[in-house]
Ligand binder design. Structure first.
Ligand SMILES: C[S@@+](CC[C@H](N)C(=O)[O-])C[C@H]1O[C@@H](n2cnc3c(N)ncnc32)[C@H](O)[C@@H]1O
Length: 230
C-alpha cells in the first residue's frame, strides 16, 4: 500500500485515541446491532467453516478471538492500535499482535500460518483493500477462506449518494468518551467485489443478516476464496 492520504492516517490514529471508549462500547454491549445481530452472524459464519486456526485481522479489543477460542479454535489476532491490543492481551484468547495493515502486507507470514479462516469483522475501513486481501490470502491453508463483515452498503448510504468516498463516523449512540471522529471509506457492493477480484479472490457467498427491529440488513458478510489457478 503506497499512498497514505490524510484520511488513512487519521483513521489509524482514531483507534488509539478512542481505544478506551471503543473497548467499553464493545464489552458493555452498547452497540445494539452487534448485540442483536452482527456478533452472532460473524461467529456463526466462522464456525460453519469448522476451522482449526483463525486469524482475526483488525481484531480490536479481541472479543471475537475470545469467543472462538472458547470453542476450541486456535486464534491469532492483530490490530494496528497498540492500545486496543493491550486491552485484548489483558483478557487473553490470543496471541495478539500490534501490526498495521501496511506491515501485514509487507510481512504477512510473521503471524504464523496457515489459517483456515481470516476474518475481518468491520475492520476494512481503508480506501485500498486489495493489497490487504492479497496478503490475507497468502496466509490461507488449502481450502481456507476470507470472511468479511461490513456495513451494508445500501443501508450505510441512506441519505447520501451511493458512490465510493470518504465518510466520518462520530460514534453517536455507541457510548461515551469518543474523542475523535473516524474517517472511513464507503464503498458500493460492486466496489467490494472489485477489490476481491483485484486481490485474486472469488466471492463464493454473500449474506445479509437482517436487523430484527427494522427488517433491514444489519450488515453484509462476504466469503471469498483464492481464485483457482488454471
Ligand atoms: C470497528 S473496529 C472492529 C474491531 C473488531 N474487529 C471488532 O469486531 O470489534 C475496526 C478495527 O480495525 C482496525 N484497523 C483499522 N485500520 C487499520 C489498519 N490500517 N491496520 C490495522 N488495523 C486497522 C482498528 O484499529 C480497529 O480495531
Amino acid at each position: 500500500m503506497s499512498r497514505q492520504p490524510a484520511e488513512e492516517q487519521r483513521l489509524a490514529e482514531s483507534w488509539d485515541i478512542n481505544a478506551a471508549a471503543w473497548t467499553q462500547s464493545v464489552r458493555e454491549g452498547l452497540i445494539r446491532s452487534r448485540q442483536l445481530v452482527t456478533d452472532r452472524a460473524i461467529t456463526e459464519a466462522v464456525l460453519r467453516r469448522r476451522p482449526t486456526r483463525v486469524l482475526d485481522a483488525g481484531c480490536g479489543e479481541g472479543w471475537l478471538a475470545r469467543k472462538l477460542t472458547s470453542q476450541g479454535i486456535a486464534v491469532t489476532g492483530f490490530d494496528g492500535s497498540e492500545s486496543l491490543i493491550a486491552d485484548a492481551q489483558q483478557h487473553g484468547g490470543g496471541p495478539f499482535f500490534t501490526l498495521s495493515y501496511d506491515d501485514f502486507c509487507a510481512q504477512a507470514h510473521v503471524l504464523g500460518e496457515p489459517f483456515d479462516v481470516v476474518v475481518f469483522n468491520f475492520a476494512l475501513l481503508s480506501e485500498e483493500l486489495s493489497p490487504i486481501l492479497r496478503a490475507a490470502s497468502q496466509t490461507l491453508a488449502p481450502g481456507g477462506c476470507i470472511l468479511i463483515q461490513t456495513l451494508h452498503p445500501v443501508e450505510a448510504s441512506q441519505g447520501q449518494g451511493y458512490e465510493n468516498g470518504w465518510r466520518e463516523e462520530h460514534f453517536s449512540g455507541m457510548g461515551e468518551g469518543y474523542k475523535a471522529a473516524m474517517p472511513w471509506f464507503f464503498r458500493t457492493l460492486s466496489s467490494w467485489l472489485d477489490e476481491l477480484r483485484r486481490a485474486g479472490l472469488d466471492c463464493v457467498a454473500l449474506e445479509e443478516p437482517l436487523h430484527p427491529e427494522t427488517g433491514r440488513p444489519a450488515s453484509l458478510i462476504l466469503t471469498a476464496v483464492p481464485r483457482p489457478q488454471i
